[in-house]
Design a protein around this ligand. Structure first.
Ligand code: BMA
Length: 340
């Protein structure tokens, strides 16, 4: 019997491996066949990483950050039967405006994919006179209609919640600068219509724990659970050899998600394997999605590795919630309303 409940559909074909015996203390364990997407995965695409997937029909669908061989990132659609082996569409996602005319951003990276009611939303980072958030919707994965850009530049790591809270759409984001941003906290904003965004609140900031001492950013769309919204996010530290990106975990209040109920002081996953430590940008674990099954409590975390590969890691709802609770350190900036 599970201790905790996921409030989401059953997805019984979530990829899965049991926890190895030698990892007793770790709350998250890697897929042994990682990386699941290697170099040059499609014609004209050198690397796929920082990508988001979800169940679709009898299989899975995903939006993938593909670094083209001209060095410019774009978003590609991929389909899979098992969420491990992926077929990518040859062309970039063809975004259109509200009149159906082609409306392509100059570049697009770090996509998230979230279903709210009957519509699928893609949220990514793009140029809007500087790095900012782009957004599009689709009902059928054939027509992708751009929405108004939700926030002013500079901003990155926007993550939509999978349902409205108190009648409004909710989105996390991380205000940034125009470069590699040596700061950054997670904020939340609300919208009644996905056009007008407001009621901005601070959720949580960088912390004294060294792995998240420089900046943090939203990762996977939060999972609704009996304990609150389970959020996997990334935390960044700075070393004499550059940034290191790890995966962290927190639980947000279900009705007032700007309040952090629990926040794990330990990272959940940090670069340790060759495909995380070595690549275009070394030492990056960057979560963008989960697949999760409310029946078994299984959670599969999809993360970009070293800006070069896609990795897969596993946990269960009971294990991760217990771990976050046991190692939770919440500070005043986490628990306050987030308005000043
Ligand atoms: C961040 C983003 C991510 C990337 C990370 C590490 O600023 O651009 O796409 O994975 O840097 O390079």
């Amino acid at each position: 019997m599970s201790k905790y409940k996921m409030i989401s559909p059953a997805v019984t074909n979530v990829p899965w491996q049991e926890k190895p015996d030698n990892l007793k203390g770790a709350p998250v364990w890697r897929y042994t066949e990682n990386p699941i997407i290697g170099r040059n995965p499609a014609i004209g695409v050198a690397r796929i990483f920082n990508s988001a997937v979800m169940p679709y029909k009898d299989g899975f669908i995903g939006v993938f950050r593909g670094e083209q061989i001209n060095g410019i990132p774009y978003i590609y659609l991929g389909r899979s039967k098992d969420a491990i082996h992926w077929d990518f569409e040859k062309d970039k996602i063809p975004f259109v405006d509200e009149n159906g005319e082609s409306f392509m951003p100059a570049y697009a990276y770090d996509p998230r994919l979230v279903k709210v009611e009957d519509t699928y939303y893609i949220i990514w980072c793009q140029d809007f006179y500087g790095a900012a958030i782009g957004m599009a919707k689709t009902a059928d994965f054939k027509t992708f209609t751009r929405l108004e850009n939700p926030f002013l530049p500079f901003n990155r790591n926007a993550v939509l919640f999978p349902r409205k809270v108190n009648g409004n759409f909710m989105m996390l984001s991380r205000p940034s600068d125009s470069g590699h941003t040596p700061f950054g906290d997670i904020f939340i904003s609300e919208s009644p219509d996905l056009v007008y965004w407001g009621k901005h609140r601070h959720i949580m900031g960088k912390n004294p724990e060294w792995w998240q001492a420089v900046k943090i950013g939203g990762g996977a769309a939060p999972i609704e659970t009996s304990e609150g919204w389970l959020l996997f996010y990334h935390g960044v530290t700075s070393t004499c050899n550059g940034y290191v990106y790890s995966i962290g975990g927190a639980i947000l209040d279900i009705d007032e998600p700007s309040k952090v109920k629990c926040r794990c002081e330990n990272y959940l996953l940090t670069p340790e394997e060759w495909y995380e430590e070595r690549g275009f940008v070394p030492n990056v674990c960057f979560p963008c999605a989960t697949l999760h099954d409310s029946e078994s409590g299984r959670i599969a975390i999809y993360y970009g590795a070293a800006d070069s590969y896609v990795g897969l890691a596993f946990t269960t709802l009971d294990e991760i919630i217990d771990y976050i609770k046991e190692h939770s350190v919440v500070r005043e900036t986490d628990t306050e309303e987030g308005r000043r």
